[in-house]
Ligand binder design. Structure first.
Ligand SMILES: [Zn+2]
Length: 247
């Protein structure tokens, strides 16, 4: 049995070293966990950006449907009107008077003129269909290239996530090896409690006589006790304090 003060001081120094190592690992774990939370957000942002790009294809496809429908309607209208012209033409031979004949002939000419207008409209619609079709093809090519970019960007983020997960697993193992079996549970409890209450950082070095956690000046007595190797917490922010050994 040696003198009571000295071994205690050595023991506390060891505790401080353990807590410092633990803090270093826990800070890294915290950062990795935050990155792991952010990465999936990055993926969904990429997906949202791609989704926006599909908007013009969707509207082109809607236009295509609309114009095709219009074409179908006009085509049907033309067929009906052409049948009507033929029917009127057939009636010409049964007409008895010149006057009636001329009137019917005039009507047929008028219907033919209407039909050729309709034909022009149909040709314009067919041109429109062709042009939308080629726009769709181009847009699909653009999107395929964008999708390729999206997939490789997503794969890159996913591999970053895997790397982070690996690092996290390693750090968790490392954390276990840093805590010796003989570490007093109350020391670990104190550390964990402060870390929980003070946003991850539980142990901080003294800098120019101040706590580097809250930047408040420390009392001379505290500084003195710290230099004796005592385990002390800051009066203001409750974090565990340590004096950095001079190099
Ligand atoms: Zn403090």
């Amino acid at each position: 049995m040696g003198p009571p003060l000295k071994p205690r001081k050595i023991f506390i120094m060891k505790e401080i070293e353990i807590l410092k190592q633990l803090q270093k690992i826990d800070s890294q774990i915290f950062q990795i966990k935050q990155s792991l939370e952010d990465k999936p957000k990055k993926i969904s942002i990429l997906e949202q950006e791609f989704e926006k790009l599909t908007g013009s294809l969707k509207s082109l496809e809607a236009d295509y449907k609309k114009v095709q429908m219009e074409h179908k309607e006009k085509d049907l209208e033309l067929q009906t009107k052409e049948a009507s012209v033929n029917k009127h033409k057939g009636q010409l031979s049964q007409i008895k008077t010149n006057k009636e004949y001329n009137a019917l002939q005039l009507e047929i000419e008028k219907m033919k003129a209407d039909n050729s207008l309709l034909e022009e409209q149909i040709i314009m619609l067919l041109d429109k269909i062709d042009s939308i079709k080629s726009s769709i093809t181009k847009e699909k090519e653009v999107l395929a290239a964008e999708e390729k970019k999206l997939n490789s960007a997503k794969a890159a983020v996913e591999s970053e996530i895997n790397d982070l997960q690996d690092s996290l697993n390693k750090l968790k193992l490392q954390r276990k090896t840093v805590i010796p079996a003989d570490l007093k549970p109350e020391v670990l409890d104190l550390y964990e409690r402060i870390r929980e209450n003070r946003g991850e950082i539980a142990i901080v070095p003294v800098q120019d006589g101040s706590c580097s956690g809250c930047f408040m000046n420390l009392r001379a007595q505290v500084l003195n006790d710290l230099s004796m190797g005592k385990l002390l917490t800051c009066d203001t922010c409750s974090r565990i304090l340590y004096v950095e050994s001079e190099k």
